[in-house]
Design a protein around this ligand. Structure first.
Ligand code: C5P
Length: 416
């Protein structure tokens, strides 16, 4: 017998899903960070196409840029092949964002003056897309009046400048001029594409789907939850502007686009993933978490014997209750679900109080109701400050419609 190995798969793949970024790498030692930037942007689901200037080529090779972006690298304005296959106009049009990282003093100067003497500067002049730049240069260069004037000009024209940070530079001098860290550039790019909405600026955590608690390498204890309701809520939260993290047990559903998805198998993995996702402003626990797991998971497939095996079960952590007990990390609004087969309101109310959540979505499950159905009939229970509960029964509707209605209620709670 072995202890269960806790692991969960982080899938950050969706934050920049479907977004096309044209990354211009100009000359500067910070260009080495651009290689990591390409990887991280692609991890978030972005399609990255790169233009490497002659200066940039001195610091990173076209081969590594091409390998990481899994695309051709563009560099030569006059190359007939480039122009035939992908002219500079198309390069600038087929992007949702043009990102210059690092942006050298020379590149910034050319942009400010409207010069177009190579592919990168020509693309930047020809583009009708938003432009973001991450300057990187020596502190004296950065502080030079000419560079500062150019930066001001670019900002006035709507270019988003990711201001360089302070620190020791590759040249040994210290001060402002270091390119922002890759993680911060990713944050800025993600914020650029964030959907504006009533929940903008808020973080939401949603659990969804069943958990699978292993018995042996091939068997598990699971349940019939499809994840439809939780996934629909996560998508609706994201559509209303919340930065949303979906922690999901095994489902066959496609991943909702534009949000972080963390895939887990067991209740304990789900708890770990939820705790790691904090802080959050909103938590919606729609997952059907297994209450019990097998105490000792068999290392090998359990064989048939004269007597059927007995499984010793042990209790799983309660994720919803753990979130409400998270002290100052407790999300401001915690919403639980209660699937009941009888005495819906009475049981749901008891659960709301016991788990100390703010709202509870109660629904009847059983034959043809709830689990794995496209539609649901729910009652929303809300607890007020003095422990009183108000309930509203919603008409039967699709799980997508329930998700939208719930998220509208959430938006009202945060804007009231
Ligand atoms: O107690 P019961 O399982 O009916 O409670 C349902 C609610 O509690 C749901 O919101 C569910 O996601 C959550 N829950 C949990 N962790 C558990 C069991 C339930 O988060 N171990």
């Amino acid at each position: 017998m072995v202890q269960e190995i806790l692991c969960y798969k982080y899938d950050m793949n969706n934050n920049l899903h479907n977004h096309r970024i044209l990354l211009i790498i100009s000359g500067g030692i910070a260009a080495y960070k651009s290689l990591d930037l390409i990887r991280r942007l692609r991890e978030q689901g972005a399609a990255v196409r790169c233009v490497l200037t002659k200066g940039g080529e001195q610091f990173v090779t076209p081969l590594s840029v091409s390998a990481l972006s899994e695309d051709k690298v563009y560099g030569d304005l006059w190359s007939l092949t480039d122009e035939a296959q992908m002219g500079h106009i198309r390069l600038s049009r087929e992007a949702d964002l043009v990102l210059v990282a690092p942006a050298s003093a020379n590149m910034i100067g050319k942009m400010a003056q409207g010069l177009a003497d190579d592919l990168a500067s020509t693309v930047l002049l020809a583009t009708n897309k938003p432009v973001m730049i991450a300057p990187a240069m020596n502190v004296m260069m950065w502080q030079h009046a000419a560079v500062q004037a150019n930066i001001k000009t670019l900002q006035q024209r709507g270019v988003h400048v990711l201001m360089p940070t302070s620190g020791v530079m590759a040249c040994g001098e210290e001060g402002e001029g270091r390119m922002q860290e890759v993680a911060d550039i990713i944050k800025a790019v993600t914020a650029h594409f964030a959907v504006p909405g009533p929940l903008s600026g808020l973080r939401a955590l949603v659990t969804s789907g069943p958990t699978f608690e292993p018995i042996d390498p091939v068997r598990f204890i699971g349940n019939r939850s499809s994840g439809k309701q939780g996934h629909a809520i996560a998508a609706a939260l994201q559509q209303q502007g919340a930065e949303t993290i979906l922690v999901t047990g095994p489902t066959v559903l496609p991943k909702p686009q534009g949000l972080k998805v963390i895939e887990v198998q067991t209740a304990r993995e789900m708890l770990m993933a939820c705790e790691a996702a904090l802080p959050a402003d909103i938590a919606v626990c729609a997952a059907a978490v297994g209450d019990f797991r097998v105490a000792d998971i068999a290392l090998q497939k359990i064989k048939k014997g004269a007597v059927p095996p007995t499984l010793e079960l042990t209790e799983n952590p309660d994720i919803l209750a753990a979130l409400t007990k998270a002290g100052n990390r407790r999300p401001r609004l915690v919403i639980g679900f209660a699937a009941e087969t009888e005495n819906l309101l009475q049981n749901a109310n008891a659960k709301l109080l016991k788990k100390n959540c703010d709202w509870l979505v109660a629904n009847e499950v059983g034959e043809g109701k709830g689990f794995d159905q496209g539609e649901n009939t729910v009652t929303l229970l809300k607890r007020d400050g003095v422990g009183k509960t108000a309930s509203t029964a919603w008409p039967q509707q699709s799980k997508d419609a329930i998700a939208r209605q719930l998220v509208d209620e959430i938006a009202k709670a945060f804007t009231d």
